[in-house]
Design a protein around this ligand. Structure first.
Ligand SMILES: Nc1ncnc2c1ncn2[C@@H]1O[C@H](COP(=O)(O)OP(=O)(O)OP(=O)(O)O)[C@@H](O)[C@H]1O
Ligand SMILES: [Mg+2]
Length: 598
């Protein structure tokens, strides 16, 4: 209950270091005992020597005797003490080292697990955890677990070991006092367990609150401009203040719980050592104990309780870490939609993709795609058109395995997409959308991520095709120009062209364009479309576009309407059919002519 077996088994390598940490603490304790024991014995001899010789009445004898015994035991005593001190120092140093290693190991292991899991979850990860949640978990959460591994677990075992060791030692002097100490010790873990019951609930609430606050904060920060434009920032400010206040309250609850429990433990610890000491004092008064023995008991009594008391103070952080670990395991346990060791897509000259009777729903209720079938292959462009919300981007998401096809099939050169690992898929299929991400770094960095070993000639070619070459030559630093996060220092069209150049450089067999040219001026767009048509001779290209004029030359146009594929054919065929497509074309032409007249 106080030790999470799964957590420890996950961080297997930490075990060794935790063991060593415990051994070091114990050696330190033994050194302490030796030093205290020596001091006690020294006192005993001094007192005993004096009284003995004073009674014999011989002052000379008393002095010589005193000198003899004390100098003898003093010199060996000092040597042993020095040695013990050195060992103690060394073991203390090693304790720090092993404790660090144990927690460092746990930290890297857990972060690696979280990271690998996120990779395996792929684009599905956002279904499992929100971005800010993942960040909080893998930073804060893991940090709190470090204390769990580096301090709490070793302390847990040490605080069992220490009282037992001390019990044995003290029982040689006074078994009564030893027994009193030993009986008080379990009161501390008992109080910890009682507090833990309450703590668990509060801490769970604390973590949920914390994660929610993080989500709200991230979302509002990202949308700050929009909030300001609509004058909603003040309102959100108030809402966030309320959430923060809630978080403050639960934090205070956690803190006061911790403070109270520390008070209780202190009470037990001090009470226990006081009672034990009183017992020893009583025995001393009755002459059953020497003064040195009494000192030993008093000095060791604190050692009895310190380890458990320290355990109690780590305990809260450990509890916090455990709450975090619950969340980490929840993430690690998320079902993986993707395949790790999947099939390989057979390499042929081109990539044939066939979509067969695909149905899809995001929420299991509303059908977004209904019985869709079509083929994609090299040798001419395939276009998907349809009004907004008809399911075009959803189709693209399915083709890229961003969403799983549960009903129907998508085959890539005959292999089912559901059996192909994402990594393998992305070696063959790429997507350019209006949301393609541009990273902070230089323009060259952003291009090279598609093909790290690209030559300058290849880069120039891609830039030219994407109509980005002129812009780049106009920059004083050319390709070395830094772009800020999310490409925010570029215009919308420049970003799209950069994404385009990047995908061309990547040279995949299939490329899906989802409104990839929506922000580009008509002249550049036409040139880019020429390039895309060119690509489609050898590559499998699917384009989603609202601008019907640009897909006129497509080999096949598929028309989506409310999730259904209602018409397919070339531009001419569909015009003759005079259906949905022809209707869309004539409406767009009308609008354009109105614009021209104006
Ligand atoms: N993540 C999502 N969760 C739930 N429903 C979604 C999600 N994404 C899209 N939808 C719904 O699926 C339907 C199809 O959306 P989709 O994005 O595929 O349309 P689209 O044809 O690409 O439209 P547009 O031309 O506006 O880009 C819409 O009704 C939308 O509300
Ligand atoms: Mg769309």
């Amino acid at each position: 209950m106080m030790i999470n077996k799964r957590l420890i088994s996950v961080c297997d390598e930490s075990k060794k270091y935790m063991g060593l940490t415990i051994v070091c603490s114990w050696i330190g304790l033994v050194c302490n005992i030796i030093i205290i024991w020596l001091i006690g014995q020294l006192l005993n001899t001094m007192v005993a020597g004096q009284t003995l010789d004073l009674m014999s009445g011989s002052l000379w004898g008393a002095m010589s005797n005193y000198k003899l015994t004390t100098t003898l035991s003093l010199s060996t005593g000092i040597i042993i003490t020095v040695i013990a001190l050195i060992i103690k120092l060394v073991s203390h140093h090693l304790y720090g080292l092993y404790s660090y290693k144990s927690s460092a190991n746990a930290r890297t292991t857990l972060r690696r697990l979280v990271y690998e899991k996120l990779l395996r979850l792929g684009m599905d990860y956002q279904n499992a955890e929100k971005t800010s949640g993942v960040v909080q978990l893998s930073i804060e959460g893991v940090e709190q677990l470090e204390i769990y591994f580096g301090k709490y677990i070793p302390q847990f075992f040490y605080s069992l070991l220490a009282p037992l060791t001390l019990f044995v030692v003290i029982s040689f002097i006074s078994w009564k006092a030893a027994l009193v100490f030993m009986l008080c010790v379990p009161l501390i873990p008992m109080s910890i367990i009682a507090i833990m019951k309450v703590a668990k609930r509060i801490l769970k609430e604390y973590w949920n609150n914390y994660a929610n606050l993080g989500d709200t904060f991230l979302e509002n920060l990202q949308g700050l401009t929009t909030l300001k434009v609509y004058g909603q920032d003040e309102q959100k400010h108030i809402e966030m203040n309320e959430e923060a206040e809630g978080f403050r309250r639960i934090t205070m609850k956690v803190l006061s719980m911790q403070l109270n429990s520390i008070n209780i433990m202190d009470l037990i610890a001090f009470g226990g050592s006081a009672i034990g000491t009183i017992v020893a004092l009583y025995q001393f008064k009755n002459g059953h104990l020497g003064v040195g023995d009494l000192i030993i008991i008093i000095l060791l009594s604190s050692e009895f309780f310190i380890p458990l008391r320290l355990l109690g103070s780590y305990f809260h952080i450990a509890m916090n870490g455990m709450a975090a670990s619950d969340r980490i395991f929840a993430l690690l346990d998320t079902e993986e939609e993707n395949i790790i060791n999947g099939k390989v897509i057979p390499i042929r000259e081109g990539l044939d993709i066939s979509v067969e009777n695909v149905n899809f729903s995001y929420d299991g209720k509303r059908q977004v795609l209904k019985d869709i079938s079509f083929d994609l292959m090299p040798g001419g462009l395939t276009a998907i058109v349809g009004e907004s919300g008809s399911g075009k981007s959803t189709m693209a998401a399915l083709l890229l395995a961003q969403k799983k096809v549960r009903d129907g099939k998508i085959l890539l050169n005959g292999v089912s997409l559901s059996e192909v690992a994402p990594y393998e898929l992305y070696q063959h299929v790429s997507l350019v959308s209006a949301h393609s991400h541009i990273f902070k770094g230089t323009l060259r960095d952003n291009l090279l991520m598609a093909k790290p070993d690209a030559t300058q000639a290849e880069i120039n070619e891609a830039l030219k095709t994407a109509r980005l070459d002129e812009f780049i030559t106009s920059l004083p630093n050319g390709l070395e120009t830094e772009v800020s996060e999310n490409g925010s220092s570029l215009s919308g069209g420049q970003k799209q062209r950069l994404a385009l150049a990047r995908v061309i450089l990547a040279n995949r067999q299939a490329i899906i364009f989802d409104e990839a040219t929506s922000n580009i001026d008509v002249e550049s767009e036409e040139a880019i479309w020429d390039a895309i048509y060119d690509l489609s001779k050898t590559k499998t290209i699917m384009v989603i576009s609202h601008r019907l004029a640009s897909v006129r030359r497509a080999k096949a146009i598929h028309v989506f309407k409310m999730g259904e594929l209602v018409e397919s054919g070339t531009h001419e065929e569909l015009m003759i059919k005079d259906g949905v497509y022809a209707n869309m074309v004539s409406r767009q032409q009308q609008l354009e002519s109105i614009r021209e007249v104006r």
